[in-house]
Design a protein around this ligand. Structure first.
Ligand SMILES: CC(C)(COP(=O)(O)OP(=O)(O)OC[C@H]1O[C@@H](n2cnc3c(N)ncnc32)[C@H](O)[C@@H]1OP(=O)(O)O)[C@@H](O)C(=O)NCCC(=O)NCCSC(=O)c1cc(O)c2ccccc2c1O
Length: 263
């Protein structure tokens, strides 16, 4: 398979899938998500593969979410918001094997959603987690919000979304957003160690366990699908576009201009 936006490698029964767009801190556009979907379908349904590692190339970012330069209103591809991200979220949950997020830098916005959705997360001490939606005119109204609250608890999930703060790897560990934090230069060895343990386990037992963990939050798929329909309308508003423009112009957004009654 030829990929442009991602790297794909199989080693010792593990598939390593990396977003390879370091020039935009591994932000994803329509094409990136299409390729991630293909890679997950290949690795996810290949019985020789026991686990999937999702990561980003370079040291700066795991993934910083949607590519803001491919986004003035809707994104540049297929799907409800112009990027088939809901299909990719489903793929992470539906592949019948553990998916590990290897987080070496920023896991921000949609990147944090991807890490949250992976079965387990192993982070470098340099990793930084957070959501930015309400700062940049977006929100992930499904897995990113409702599922996050299952992972870190209601209060913390609301703080993460309302405040748009950045959290260190140790803070993420304390709130249950990741499983382990290791020195940066030991991250790859640690990921391999976890994968080796998984490879030794019964694949069918793991698949049943994963599906049974998924069952109690499956309703969030419906919330997300409805939410994305609303998000698509929001993306076409001046309020949302102000968030994108402000990010690209490296200035603070002015969302209050729509609350003073004059517009
Ligand atoms: C990641 C940062 C916190 C880093 O900040 P820092 O100050 O260190 O660096 P810069 O901000 O100067 O960034 C360096 C360089 O990278 C470019 N860049 C970074 N992120 C992106 C991006 N996402 N898209 C495009 N470009 C990006 C930046 O412009 C700089 O380029 P230069 O050429 O000027 O050097 C900080 O960058 C940051 O906060 N980034 C987050 C950006 C963002 O807004 N992300 C998208 C949020 S919305 C989203 O991700 C999203 C995803 C989904 O999957 C959804 C699904 C369903 C519904 C909604 C979804 C959704 O909203």
């Amino acid at each position: 398979m030829e990929f442009k936006d991602i790297l794909y490698e199989e080693l010792d029964s593990v598939a390593y899938i990396a977003i390879n767009r370091p020039e935009v801190m591994n932000a994803f556009r329509g094409q990136t998500v299409e390729e991630l979907l293909q890679a997950f379908m290949k690795a996810g349904w290949d019985k020789r593969i026991a686990a999937i590692v999702l990561t980003g190339t370079g040291d700066r970012a795991f993934c910083t979410g949607g590519d803001q330069s491919a986004h003035a209103g809707q994104y540049d591809g297929r799907g409800t918001i112009g990027i088939p991200v809901e299909e990719f979220h489903s793929a992470i949950r539906d592949v019948p094997k553990p998916v590990i997020a290897r987080v070496q830098g920023y896991a921000i916005g949609g990147g944090n959603v991807l890490a949250t959705l992976c079965d387990m997360t192993i982070a470098s001490e340099k990793a930084v987690f957070g959501q930015v939606g309400p700062k940049v005119g977006s929100v992930d109204p499904g897995w990113g919000t409702a599922y996050l609250s299952h992972v870190v608890g209601e209060k913390k999930a609301r703080e993460i979304w309302y405040m748009c703060r950045r959290y260190s790897a140790q803070e993420a560990l304390a709130m249950g957003l990741c499983n382990a934090v290791v020195p940066h230069d030991q991250l790859d060895a640690e990921v391999v160690r976890w994968c080796k343990e998984i490879v030794e386990k019964s694949p069918t037992a793991l698949a049943i366990a994963k599906r049974s963990f998924n069952a109690s939050t499956e309703h969030i798929r419906g919330i997300g699908s409805l939410g994305l329909q609303a998000l698509s309308l929001y993306y076409d508003t001046a309020e949302s576009k102000e968030g994108v423009s402000a990010f690209l112009e490296k200035r603070r957004p002015d969302f209050r201009q729509w609350t003073n009654g004059s517009k």
